[in-house]
Write a protein that binds this ligand. Structure first.
Ligand SMILES: Nc1ncnc2c1ncn2[C@@H]1O[C@H](COP(=O)(O)OP(=O)(O)O)[C@@H](O)[C@H]1O
Ligand SMILES: [Mg+2]
Length: 224
């Protein structure tokens, strides 16, 4: 589904101090499964996710999605991809302050409202929110609860690819486990790409891609 060919991303191209965030990365990802992207802070993980999901453009090289180069498609095609095929959990979760947890989870849902509410409620309970918390606004939720609302929101439209940047960063072990269990379940049918610097949460991923200083240093495929 994704193919990277010498994918390179340099920030501050016009400045003297260039930042080589992605250096000639080559990688092929399957159509479904749980992919862990691991590496220290500053190694280029988020940049990789931004370029794969069309939010940032490569400096050189290319990323193919279903055989099409992301550099060749129009901005409206990119928007369609992001809306219809990709789901996002960002490092910062960007919830809307005046909406409840449940409303935040359904805010971009494309299915009818009542159906969306039922689906969001089920998802939120599965990943460890309590029923009483569904009507809380973000300022009454902990960081971990907000993060889980963002995860439910990202899963609402059943995206073909779910990009999650440090989705368990503000969760304790028990809740991180619940979230990863749900993502693994989702990865049976879809592609789930989880960025983390905590190897313990992706130990049983189908593929683990290690990033070091802008380069892919290792790719481990489960059972291979
Ligand atoms: N918008 C930006 N402008 C300039 N440099 C950036 C920008 N975003 C990230 N970087 C730099 O690119 C490198 C990779 O960053 P990032 O992809 O965020 O890594 P990670 O997610 O692994 O922590 C780092 O050196 C970071 O400082
Ligand atoms: Mg990052």
């Amino acid at each position: 589904m994704f193919e990277l060919h010498d994918a390179t991303m340099i920030y501050d191209m016009d400045k003297e101090e260039k930042v080589y965030a992605m250096k000639s990365m080559n990688l092929t990802l399957p159509d479904k499964g749980l992919i862990g992207i691991i590496g220290p802070s500053g190694s280029g993980k988020s940049t990789l996710m931004y370029t794969m999901s069309t939010l940032k453009k490569l400096t050189s090289g290319e990323i193919l999605y279903n055989g099409k180069s992301l550099s060749d498609i129009s901005s409206s095609e990119k928007q369609d991809l992001r809306r219809n095929e990709f789901g996002f959990v960002f490092q910062r979760h960007y919830l809307i302050n005046y909406l409840t947890a449940l409303e935040n989870a359904t805010v971009a849902a494309t299915i009818p409202v009542l159906e969306a509410r039922q689906k969001a409620e089920k998802l939120l309970l599965e990943i460890g929110l309590k029923k009483s918390e569904l009507n809380h606004r973000p300022n009454k939720l902990s960081g971990g609860q907000r993060q889980r609302v963002a995860i439910a929101r990202a899963m609402m439209n059943d995206p073909k690819v779910l990009f999650a940047d440090e989705p368990t960063a503000s969760l304790d072990h028990e809740n991180a486990f619940l979230v990863m269990e749900r993502l693994r379940e989702y990865a049976k049918e879809r592609l789930v790409i989880v960025i983390t610097h905590d190897v313990s949460i992706i130990e049983d991923a189908d593929m683990i891609v290690k990033i070091w200083d802008g380069s892919i240093s290792d790719v481990a495929v489960k059972g291979a």
